[in-house]
Design a protein around this ligand. Sequence first.
Ligand code: ZN
Ligand code: ZN
Length: 358
Amino acid sequence: MADYRKRREGLLRFLDERGLDGVLLISYENRRWFAGFTGSLGYLLVTRGGAFMVVDMRYTTQARQQAEGVEIIEYRADRLGAVAKMILGCGVKRLALEACMTLDEYFVLKDRLGGVELSCEQEYFTELRMVKDAEEIQAIRSAIECAETAFGQTVRMMRIGMTEKDIADEFSYRACKAGADKLAFDTIVGSGPRGALAHAFPTGRVIENGDMVVCDLGVFMDGYCSDMTRTVLFGDVSPEHMRIFRLVQESQDAAFAAVRPGVRAIDVENAHRVPFLRENLDNYALRGLGHGIGVEIHECPRVQIGNERTVLSPGMVFTLEPGLYFPGDCGVRTEDDVLVTENGAENLSHTPHEIHVG
Ligand code: ZN
Ligand code: ZN
């Protein structure tokens, strides 16, 4: 079992750095990561004096079992009243709220808290989750394996004449059968010209001979996400499209070769652009190469232009997803999940990059 007390020490450092007395976490991901609680609703307050969580009657027993070292406070009515009472009862004068709080909750709580000074934060908590422990890495490996099993079965059923939605539905069914709790995100399937829409939703478009089909998929299993993209080649793909396809694979290889402890995330992002710049095609790439995965599908480290700050260290897990997108013509993306190791990197995704159908 994870050491949640140790994880919460990161929140105490946050309080010290910002000169605060308390932090209120409300997202499923942070409640689960900082307290081990998997219920759908709960307000976790962490102060120097301890950790407290307001839950409703549905979850009192579960919270007491799961959230070791957290004092559980049950409410029956007036949810935010109970949350305010907990905060004021701890003597908190300066409080950080998790930034994903809804505005209606914020205004009610602000009113109830009177003179308490409020601020909001999100990225700091995500950064605390950035380096994964062995148990987390194992959970991510399992989620990846599940998605790859389901995708492998889906590929064997792929035919020219299927629709995008056929592919997405097939993957969804097989992923759940393979052990996924749910999909990590809505599966993306973009065929032919629709591949240029980086986040294409699956439609009834029928896949034709010569299409490249971007399939981006992942599962959520035991609290952790996987994320993978393959561009599947249907029938006789034109030489020009194959040239684009191969260039993206070259970019992926260049990015992977750059991953090791001590390099900055931006250096990996820069490495993936070298082949695109050489071919004068960089304008057709997106402004980001990848993102961390964990309890959320998009988390730190952010491997994108503008992030000059993050330095890679062992235990980080993130995606490398170079792509080229030509509006009205085609798109190609290849996405793997990689782990930073003591000496370099391990590619956690094992599905071949080049897949031909028909
Ligand atoms: Zn993806
Ligand atoms: Zn991704």
